[in-house]
Design a protein around this ligand. Structure first.
Ligand SMILES: [Mg+2]
Length: 287
């Protein structure tokens, strides 16, 4: 297929845009009309062959799904609702029409499920498959959950058990593999935390590293008393594995989720588990 044919195919797969996207794929720009009294959230993510996925390990629909899931997870962590997304995709020599079709099927399955309009993007060629995604979300004015609001005495929570993605990547089987390949962004959970959580972040790089980041942003330390481990995963995978895309958050009053510890004044950024310091080690492409 040539570029024009590809764009027409993607446009057909994407279907009609959502209500607030006045103009979707096809013009020079997409047109989005925001609701009044809303703050807009923007996040961008790269998904690159051999850095974030492997052609032989990951089916094309999982690559598409994960490309969008990463951005949606960021919106969930801010207590937001997704509005639209933009996708720039560089295809490698080895990707044929069938790969692309399946990539978009995975991508758009999650987009439809979460009411995220694919409003535009770009296509090109590169040595490796590269997906650059922009997701726009929204929250009522001033209501975004941030990572700098945790205060001493707040309880720490996660939205689910951890380590599944790391376990799944290793075994490539069962529920753990599904959590790795098709992570479900915790958008509904994020909405429940609006006005209740004091700080929030999504677990993209592992509990140890992401909790360290939340603590640095808030100028506090964290004391963990338990880590909820996914069935079959190790504590190492739960602490440092990354890509679980659960939410990690703090609150003064009880909120839905699994309580795992408490925020302390302490050394900013320090995380302890049962009295021992946990290294802020996790998924880091620069290591
Ligand atoms: Mg994030």
């Amino acid at each position: 297929m040539n570029e024009l044919a590809l764009i027409q195919r993607i446009r057909a797969l994407a279907g009609a845009p959502g209500a607030r996207v006045i103009e979707g794929i096809g013009d020079d720009c997409a047109i989005y009309r925001p609701r009044p009294e809303r703050d807009l959230l923007f996040t961008t993510d790269l998904l690159i062959e051999d850095t974030h996925f492997r052609a032989r390990t990951h089916p094309p629909d999982a690559v598409g799904w994960r490309a969008l899931a990463r951005g949606l997870s960021d919106v969930a962590a801010m207590g937001g609702e997704p509005e639209f997304c933009l996708l720039s995709l560089a295809l490698a020599r080895w990707t044929g029409d069938r790969w692309l079709e399946r990539f978009f099927r995975g991508f758009l399955k999650l987009a439809r499920k979460t009411r995220t309009t694919l409003a535009g993007g770009d296509l090109t060629r590169a040595a490796r498959v590269t997906c650059d995604i922009v997701v726009c979300g929204s929250v009522p004015k001033g209501k975004a959950l941030r990572r700098d609001g945790a205060r001493p005495g707040d309880a720490i929570y996660v939205s689910g058990r951890l380590g599944a993605a790391a376990l799944g990547l290793k075994t490539r089987r069962g529920a753990a593999w599904k959590k790795h390949a098709y992570p479900e962004p915790r958008l509904a959970h994020g909405l429940k935390l609006r006005g209740r959580a004091t700080g929030a972040i999504d677990l993209s790089d592992g509990l140890a590293l992401d909790l360290h980041r939340l603590c640095i942003a808030s100028g506090v330390s964290a004391e963990l008393d338990a880590v909820p481990v996914f069935h079959g995963a190790t504590i190492e995978q739960a602490l440092h594995g990354g890509e679980d895309y659960e939410l990690l958050y703090t609150a003064r009053k009880p909120v839905p989720g699994i309580r795992i510890g408490v925020i302390r004044r302490g050394t900013p950024g320090e995380v302890t588990l049962a009295g021992r310091v946990v290294e802020p080690r996790g998924w880091d492409p620069f290591r």
